[in-house]
Design a protein around this ligand. Structure first.
Ligand code: ADP
Ligand code: GLC
Length: 488
């Protein structure tokens, strides 16, 4: 089965969050299941710089009259097998050749022509689905997040004797790609598409809604999030539509790419370790404390958070719990960037607690590895979380996740209590309500367990031994592709 994977990011070439990890890991994982996956990416500078053996395969003209060259090349060394990934790239310097973040400028303002930049991605996918490359055409197009959201609409209105099915995966419903209604004229879709049954959303154009209406199937990155987004609380205004499409909506959990995240073979760790040889973990902790200016206390539980500093990630709870954490004898290390107010508040707290709390307002892939490798607890107290990857990395690196019971966090972490300890199923700490009291109760539970080294080590072992690779999920995607390409 030939699959065209359409996304705006792909690790290790370009990454702003978990979407890139997933897009980078899936092709090889699906390859192991007998799928032939090629990627389609916009020609962002980082993508063009990494592409090898590029050859022109064709060109198409956007609805607003811009000619775009499509090239096919290799992105080297991606995925478990480390094989090159055949990738189509849209060469449109006027749209994509801008330094920095792929979505916004240096003042964090979305680019004014984002509707064109990502409509081009949608049309590029449609052209590839319907014959742009005479040598290769996909059996199915798998689109990720709103950036690729126009593709299912472009393909639904394509005049062709045969249909190529589409799967759209929601990684985060909070980001919808909404644009002024005036943009619709440039999208090249029939006027019928701009209605309540199409991509119109409260008077605007929504790329997310386009995908949810026109994709043959919708998936999201955990079974719990698939249910949550059908409720008004988590549906971001699209829950009604998602309820109507419930029969074509499912959740498939993300995995961990062991070629990138494995403490036994991680070249970014000062000391490697595994579930049976944990000495390296203690050495990593000491190195991390030294590197970040935390006091060299081997017995102080080191709480860590790696992530985008946004409301989603539960930073208000973390800020509100700092005193509890520090007074309990813990340390806190945060690596992240994002919301300016949150950055400032964290920096001020770090200044107020020298040696006890440190903050790195940065995006640093290697430091993230060292944090999972040296930390004791991985905080993910999210308000919502479609899947979440940092709790999975925490499990694998023996840094127990402390999470809210929501989305993919609820599906991947088992709370510690006497029963789960006894059954060897406990893997972390889980609290329910998005409120400071339950969050701080979970912190106290972490402290209590930490004071019982035998139990701590048992829970850590449970987490480190979980099989969290991509195999199971890739099999589920493969089965889903099969059902969509040969419907009964
Ligand atoms: P989301 O996609 O919502 O940002 P995930 O937990 O799914 O959250 O994935 C986040 C990914 O980005 C992880 O690989 C995490 O390690 C990484 N990451 C987030 N912030 C940073 C940062 N400041 N530095 C390095 N890596 C980061
Ligand atoms: C999104 C979600 C996150 C998920 C990631 C990869 O950015 O916020 O929960 O893990 O996509 O699917």
């Amino acid at each position: 089965m030939r699959i065209l994977q359409v996304s705006s990011e792909l690790f290790p070439v370009l990454k702003t969050g978990g979407l890139a990890d997933v897009a980078g890991a899936l092709p090889a994982a699906l390859g192991a299941q007998g799928c032939e996956v090629r990627a389609l990416l916009p020609g962002f500078p980082a993508v063009c710089a990494s592409l090898r053996h590029a050859q022109k395969v064709g060109r198409f003209t956007t609805p607003w009259g811009e000619a775009i060259e499509v090239v096919l090349g290799d992105l080297p060394g991606i995925g478990t097998a480390g094989q090159a990934l055949k990738t189509y790239v849209l060469m449109a310097p006027g749209l994509y050749d801008r330094p920095g973040n792929p979505y916004h400028d240096s003042r964090h303002q979305p680019y004014a022509d984002n509707h064109r930049r990502f409509a081009a991605l949608g049309w590029g996918a449609a052209h590839l689905a319907y014959g742009l490359d005479a040598a290769w055409a996909p059996d199915l197009v798998h689109c990720h997040d709103w950036h690729a959201g126009l593709a299912p609409a472009c393909m639904a209105f394509w005049q062709s004797p045969h249909r190529v099915p589409t799967l759209f995966t929601i990684h985060n419903l909070a980001y919808q790609g909404c644009f002024d209604a005036s943009c619709f004229a440039e999208l090249g879709l029939p006027s019928a598409a701009f209605g309540v049954d199409g991509l119109e959303f409260y008077g605007q154009v929504s790329f997310m809604k386009a995908a949810l209406v026109y994709a043959d199937h919708i998936s999201t990155v955990s079974p719990t999030y698939a249910r949550e987004i059908q409720t008004p609380e988590q549906g971001f205004g699209l829950d009604g539509l998602l309820r109507r499409r419930a029969a074509q909506l499912s959740g498939i959990l993300n995995g961990v790419d062991a070629s990138v995240w494995d403490p036994a073979h991680d070249p970014l760790l000062p000391h490697t370790f595994d579930a049976r040889r944990l000495a390296g973990k203690a050495l990593n902790k000491a190195a991390l404390q030294a590197e970040t200016g935390l006091n060299p206390l081997p017995d102080a539980p080191l709480f860590t958070l790696v992530g985008r500093l946004t409301e989603q990630k539960g930073l208000p709870l973390v800020l509100g719990g700092i005193n509890e954490l520090v007074q309990g004898g813990g340390q806190l290390l945060v690596l992240g960037s994002g919301d300016a107010a949150l950055e400032q508040a964290l920096a001020a707290q770090a200044q107020a607690h020298p040696g006890r709390m440190a903050v790195r307002l940065d995006y640093d892939e290697a430091l993230a590895h060292r944090i999972f490798g040296g930390g004791d607890i991985t905080l993910v107290p999210s308000r919502f979380e479609p899947c979440g990857l940092t709790q999975l990395y925490g499990l694998k690196y023996g840094s127990l996740p402390l999470v809210r019971r929501v989305g993919g966090l609820a599906d991947t972490v088992v709370d510690t209590d006497l029963e789960t300890l006894d059954k060897h199923s406990a893997t972390g700490f889980v609290f329910d309500d998005f409120d400071s009291a339950p969050y701080q109760r979970a912190l106290r539970m972490a402290f209590a367990l930490y004071r019982r080294p035998a139990d701590w080590s048992r829970v850590r072992q449970n987490g480190m031994r979980i099989a969290s690779g991509w195999e199971q999920s890739a099999m589920q995607y493969r089965d889903l592709y099969a059902s969509l390409t040969s419907p009964t």
